[in-house]
Design a protein around this ligand. Structure first.
Ligand code: ARG
Length: 446
């Protein structure tokens, strides 16, 4: 069958499809979802007696074969057919003839593309959540090894108080836990079936939408056809989760860049995640950390792009909505690459306990502990104690007050409060985290 006499050509309105409207390169990534959605729709049409069982069988057989062709790299993609939906449907005509024309009964590309995108977001959000869990696991392992490793904690990048390096790793564990949850809620937002909404108003056939939802693994069917064909909030939620994850990754990488500098020397990155300088043989550059930090901007850009596309939409479907997928997919590609790289970097870095310990020596870093001592043992109000210790650190005389001999380890151990850095508290947090990750794994989250 030539292009011009394909019944699908009328959908384009013109044989001279211009590149401008083509989305195939992007949306062909949803081929599995498109075919799964069509199979479920066809099964429902058969079950409801809307299409004969022979035709349904032919349709499903054809769709399965198309999936195989795509997976074998044998499918002939035709950009002039604009998108994944028309490419699949046109091939179905070639394979099974006129029965193919019955697949689109009670369906529009509007509810079809919304369904495909939701299935796709459910899948990738699940994958991203699992990658967050994997990174959390790497952080947790490093935390466990370093409960009693002491490192300066910083505010304003000034040495503030000594902390356990395990506590530092667990701070990032917390962040990526929130990201895993955010991907989980993006997945939940996407978990509603739009199919059955037609172009915008619903369908005139006796559809069984619950059946289709069940076949496709959706928890609910959409409540309003006009909202359903135009709602892309699930895409916003996904990109926002990705953007937030990138913010956390970028923070981690900023720390990694600092820690791995010669000045700090707290960690060494493995060769796989750093590179030599082409000119200066002594250097080891933290390229992966820098690239992750740099790529965060792309994902923020995707979020702004998607928000902007959506804000001007009158009800219901408008072609602008096709612009939802490039930012979605770029955010996805970027965040999965960054999560994997961060995991490897953390798992393979060498922790330089001596350098961390060396930087935690001296009396300055214990200034708060001295002030606490004046409060506890001399009954001084904290504000006054603060002034005295400040004077002392400047080398001024503060009378007959003696400060106790105190080590950084004792300072850390003293912060024995829920959420504090005392080794017992850090160990408790680690045990709880292993439990959390264990149940996340059991529930299939990763
Ligand atoms: N390629 C389109 C998209 O991604 C598919 C839906 C087209 N629907 C339409 N009525 N033109 O949004």
């Amino acid at each position: 069958m030539s292009m011009s006499d394909s019944p699908t050509s009328s959908i384009r309105g013109s044989e001279l499809a211009s590149d401008f409207t083509v989305s195939l390169d992007i949306d062909k990534r949803m081929y599995r979802e498109d075919i799964a959605g069509s199979i479920a729709h066809a099964e429902m049409l058969g079950k409801q007696g809307i299409v004969s069982s022979e035709d349904v069988e032919a349709i499903i057989g054809g769709l399965r074969r198309i999936r195989e062709e795509i997976e074998a790299g044998e499918f002939e993609w035709k950009p002039e057919l604009e998108d994944i939906h028309i490419n699949v449907e046109a091939r179905l005509y070639e394979l099974i003839g006129d029965a193919a024309g019955r697949l689109h009964t009670a369906r529009s590309r509007n509810d079809q593309v919304a369904t495909d995108a939701r299935l796709y977001v459910k899948r990738i959000a699940g994958e991203c959540r699992a990658l967050c869990r994997g990174l959390q696991r790497a952080l947790l392992d490093r935390a466990e090894e370093n409960v009693t490793t002491i490192v300066p904690g910083y505010t304003h990048l000034q040495r503030a108080q000594p902390v356990s390096f395990g506590h530092v790793m667990m701070a990032y564990y917390e962040m990526f836990g929130r990201d895993a949850e955010a991907f989980g809620s993006a997945r939940a937002t996407a978990d509603v079936l739009p199919l059955g909404s037609g172009a915008l108003a619903g369908a005139t056939y006796p559809l069984d939408r619950e059946y289709v939802a069940e076949r496709l693994g959706f928890s609910a069917v959409s409540a309003n056809s006009m909202d359903a064909v135009s709602d892309r909030d699930f895409i916003l939620d996904f990109i926002f989760a990705a953007a937030k994850t990138m913010t956390h990754l970028s923070r981690l990488c900023e720390d990694i860049v600092i820690w791995s500098s010669e000045e700090f020397g707290f960690i060494q990155l493995s060769d796989a995640y750093s590179s030599g300088s082409s000119m200066m043989p002594q250097k080891r550059n933290p390229d992966y950390a820098e690239l992750i930090r740099g790529k965060s901007g792309r994902v923020f850009g995707s979020l702004v792009s998607a928000l902007t596309t959506l804000k001007g939409q009158p009800l219901t479907y408008n072609r602008d909505l096709q612009e939802d997928k490039p930012p979605l997919m770029d955010a996805y590609d970027t965040v999965i690459g960054c999560l994997s790289a961060a995991r490897g970097m953390i798992a393979e870095m060498t922790v330089s306990i001596d350098r961390m310990d060396g930087a935690s020596q001296g009396r300055d870093i214990l200034a708060t502990d001295y002030a606490d001592h004046l409060v506890r043992d001399h009954g001084m109000p904290f504000r006054e104690a603060y002034v005295r210790v400040a004077a002392h650190t400047r080398g001024e005389s503060i009378g007959d007050i003696e400060f106790p001999d105190l080590s950084a380890a004792e300072s850390v151990a003293a912060r024995d409060v829920a959420g504090g850095t005392a080794p017992g508290r850090v160990r408790e947090a680690i045990m709880q985290a292993y439990g959390e990750l264990g149940s996340a794994r059991l529930s299939g989250e990763w």
